[in-house]
Structure formats: C-alpha cells, structure tokens
Ligand binder design. Sequence first.
Ligand SMILES: Nc1ncnc2c1ncn2[C@@H]1O[C@H](COP(=O)(O)OP(=O)(O)OP(=O)(O)O)[C@@H](O)[C@H]1O
Ligand SMILES: [Mg+2]
Length: 319
Amino acid sequence: MLKSPSDVVFNIKSLIGMQFDDCHVQEMREKVSFRIIEGPRGEAWVEIHGMKLSPEEITSTIFSRLKDVVLMDKFYDTLKVVISVPAFFSVEQREAIKSAGERAGLDVLNIIDEPKAAALSSTTIKEGNVVVFGMGSGSYSVSILHMSGTSIKTIAQTGGHTVGGDMFDDILVDYFVKQIMELYSVDIRGDRFAMMTLVQAAEEAKVELSSQSKVTVSLPYLTASTEGAVDLDCSISRPEFEKLVHKLVKMIEDECQSILKEADFSKKDISEVVLVGGMTKVPKIQKMISKVFGKQPSTRVKPEEAVVIGSAIQAALIV
Ligand SMILES: Nc1ncnc2c1ncn2[C@@H]1O[C@H](COP(=O)(O)OP(=O)(O)OP(=O)(O)O)[C@@H](O)[C@H]1O
Ligand SMILES: [Mg+2]
C-alpha cells in the first residue's frame, strides 16, 4: 500500500450501489489514493491500471476468494449464504451486494442488517430491548432493537459514513503534523509518502492506546527539510488522546441520546448493550456508551465476530 497507493482499493463497501455524483462518493474521491470514476450508468466505479471495474465486480471477487478460503464448494454444489450489510444501506446497495454474491456463484439466502446479526449472536435476553452500537473504520451505527426470541424488530436507528475510526486517526495525524511543524517548521502535508506513513502510525498508536496508558511514536527520517532529516519522536498518553477526540466522542454521545429520545425510551428500558466493530475497543467510547445506556456492554461475543456469528445463526435458522 505504501509502495503503490493508487493500486490498492479499499472500503469498496462505501461505493457499492452508489451514484458517482453522490456527495459521499465525491468526498471519498478527495480522500482515497485509488481512482473513483463514473460508470456507464452514472454509478461510482474504480479504475486501476486503465481497468474500469464496478464495485460489484470487486465485491464478487472478494466473495469468490472467501469461497476458496472456506473450501466449502468442495463439499456443496452451491454455497448458501447470508450476507450482512450496514443497517443504513439503501435498497440499491442491498441489491448490488446480492448481485455481487450471485455473480460469485453464491446462493444468497438473505441480506441481514449488521445490528440484527450482532444482536442474534450476542444477546442473552429472550424478550426486551437491545442497543447495538457499531463503529468500524469508516462508519458507525446505533440501533435500538426489540428482541422476542429470534424475531427482531428495529425500533430506532441512526448511523452512516459520517463518523468512523479514520476520523480518530485523522485527529492524531493533525497532532503529529503540528508537533513536526513546531519542532522543524516543516509542513509535511505536501509529502504524500510521509503522510501515508503518518496515517498508519496514527492508527497503530490509537489501537495501542486502548490497552496502554501511553505510546511512543518513533518515525526516523519521515521526510527531509533544507536542514536535513525530519524525524517524528513523540509520546502521547491516553488522557491526551481522549482530550483530542473529546468533541468527536461528544458528537457520537449526542447521537446516542437522540436515538433514545426518538424511541421514547429511557436507560431503564434497555435490557442489554452489544458492541460491534474495532472502534468499540476504545475505552472512551465504551465509557460513553455505558453512561448513555446505563449498562456495561455484553462481553459474550467479541465485537469483531458478533456480526459474522449472527449471520451464520440466521443462515442456520433459514436452512
Ligand atoms: N484495539 C483497538 N483499539 C482501537 N481501535 C481499534 C482497535 N482494533 C481495531 N480498531 C479500529 O477499528 C477500525 C476497524 O474496525 P472494523 O474492522 O470493525 O471496521 P471495518 O469493518 O473495516 O469498517 P466499516 O464497518 O466502517 O466499514 C479501525 O479504525 C481500527 O483502527
Ligand atoms: Mg464493518
């Protein structure tokens, strides 16, 4: 990725079923290192080495690869699957995912919302209201679901591609850029390679700060100035990181409060809280969720496995 950033396509989930002129796609074009182009019917496509590819094609290749990994087609003629998608996916996005699955030769039994899948795998309650809070690298969602056995009804939900782990990384990147500016009077924003190294280091620092109280980021010869090498050698503590991301977490907290209001619920109406996605490991986010919903999140299933396990349970309920 660092050697040929324009050859690496990621977060294709954010492009599938989207139109090129959608403001989210246009924002993404500014941020990513690969080329996003307009497809034949105005859709968002991707171009690598002159090859024009639809997000369905790329997703279908990923599905085919998964098929190879699990080796299931050695034992079954057609592989039956349940695919999970973000709850905020539109009808067009769901159809595009389904067609990518079919293109890969999968028999798509159902498309399930990620929060519902997470609730299926993680909750211990038979009847009651469950909050599923999810945050990955490029999206977040908060859902209030009513569980009654295996039947799940959505009471309220919010989320989208507006907030995710990448935004936390960006805040740390800004912090490092400022440190370099203060020490060397060099603005490294113009150095693409240095910035990519910094983004990677910022993400690593954020992840480490979930389990450690302090991290040191050491990047020798990050770039060069007229005076010589520019190194980054700085420490950041968890409280310092929490101060930097305070506004962002407050914004997410307000979203959580407003969803409770929308459902006309108070804390006492919530029986269980389930976490999904890597970013829910950030202690400040966990504390905020416990405060808003008045419960410690369930630890039954790991946040990175809840959706997958729930989708498998859903598949087992269907076949
Ligand atoms: N231990 C951790 N502490 C803090 N952040 C973490 C930790 N582990 C993973 N993350 C962050 O979680 C995010 C990735 O989570 P996940 O794999 O659930 O996202 P994704 O599915 O790729 O993204 P999305 O669901 O938004 O499309 C990244 O921002 C990553 O840095
Ligand atoms: Mg995810």
